[in-house]
Design a protein around this ligand. Structure first.
Ligand code: MN
Length: 199
């Protein structure tokens, strides 16, 4: 079974003005499509073809750079499209809000910490909010690595992720990554993040 590019739950224009339609279209139809195609090519004929993506990520240290990068790229973008929604923003509620307050002191503190992780990731990578047995944690990873991989310093379940590769923002924001990070808070689907937190 080959991995499939999942359907986007909204139009390319849906996240404007925070994420522009041209970036969305290229990001989804070119970048995410390429990670999917390249992952399928890299695992073709191997035992990995029968495994769920999470199992492949969990043994990243044993895999070729091509499988590591493309399995991460496949999974990370699946998550990224899901945790965004038009005109949502706002703040988390319920248990997730309580956990954020407990771990970071306040939503504002969490926002600062996550934004700093996204802003200071040198080069290409992702900022994450991760659920682990030791609570919630913010950190960033290089390239297409993610917290499900056995190669990262802090492992857990990613419940929120922000792509800070230049391909995610350069057409609209050029070198202004902080402006893109600020805009991201307007399109986060906190209901989806809360559902991932509960799982
Ligand atoms: Mn990307």
């Amino acid at each position: 079974m080959a991995f499939e590019l999942p359907k986007l739950g909204y139009a390319y224009t849906a996240l404007e003005p925070y994420i522009d339609a041209r970036t969305m279209e290229i990001h989804y139809t070119k970048h995410h499509e390429a990670y999917t195609t390249n992952l399928n090519a890299a695992i073709a004929g191997s035992e990995l073809e029968k495994e769920p993506i999470e199992n492949i990520l969990a043994k990243a240290s044993t895999l070729s750079p091509s499988i590591r990068n493309n399995s991460g790229g496949y999974y990370n973008h699946n998550l990224f499209w899901k945790i965004m929604v038009p005109d949502h923003g706002g703040e988390p509620k319920g248990e997730l809000a309580n956990a954020i307050n407990r771990n970071f002191g306040s939503f504002e503190n969490f926002k600062k910490e996550f934004s700093a992780a996204a802003a200071t990731r040198f080069g290409s990578g992702w900022a994450w909010l991760v659920k682990s047995k030791n609570g919630l944690k913010v950190f960033s990873t290089p390239n297409q690595d993610n917290p499900l991989m056995d190669v990262v310093e802090f492992k857990g379940i990613p419940i929120l992720g922000l792509d800070v590769w230049e391909h995610a923002y350069y057409l609209l924001y050029q070198n202004r990554r902080p402006d893109y990070i600020t805009a991201f808070w307007n399109v986060i689907d906190w209901d989806e993040v809360a559902a991932r937190f509960k799982e």
